[in-house]
Design a binder for this molecule. Sequence first.
Ligand code: HEC
Length: 115
Amino acid sequence: MIKKAAIVSILALLGYAQEMDLTKRGEQIFKRYNCNICHAPKDDAASVGPSLETISIHYLGNERKLIDFLKGDSPPIIEPQRFGIMKPQLYKTKHMFEEDYRALAYYLTSVNKNQ
Ligand code: HEC
C-alpha cells in the first residue's frame, strides 16, 4: 500500500515541476518580447524599467492584477509617472492566450519566490 506521505511528496514534486514549467514558459515570452532590454532581474542603475525583484514585491500574490496590467486594463502602480515608456510595450501583451498570461505573471513575480 502506498503511504499517504509518499503521495503527498509526489504531488508536491508534480506541483514543483508545473511551477518550473510556468516559469520557463514565462521567461521565454519575456525574452521573445524583448522585455529584458528594460527589465533586469535585480535593481541595476543601467536599467530603464523596474527590476523583476521590484515587480515581485508589488505583485507577488496579486498576479490577477498584474495580468490586468499586461492586458491594459489596470493602471501602473510602481512608477506611474514613467508609464509613458512602458505603455507602448503593452501592444505586445494585450492579446495573449490566458495560459501565457499566467506564465508571464508567474515569471515576473518569480524572483522573490521560495525565499
Ligand atoms: C523601453 C523599455 C521597456 C520595455 C521594452 C518594457 N518595459 Fe516594462 N516598464 C518600463 C518602465 C520605464 C516601467 C515603469 C513605469 C510603470 O510603472 O509603468 C515599466 C513597468 C513595468 C511593469 C510594472 C507596472 C506597474 O504596475 O507599474 C511591468 C509588470 C512591466 N513593465 C512588464 C513589462 C513586460 C512584460 C515587458 C515586455 C512585453 C516590458 N515591461 C517591456 C519600461 C519597459
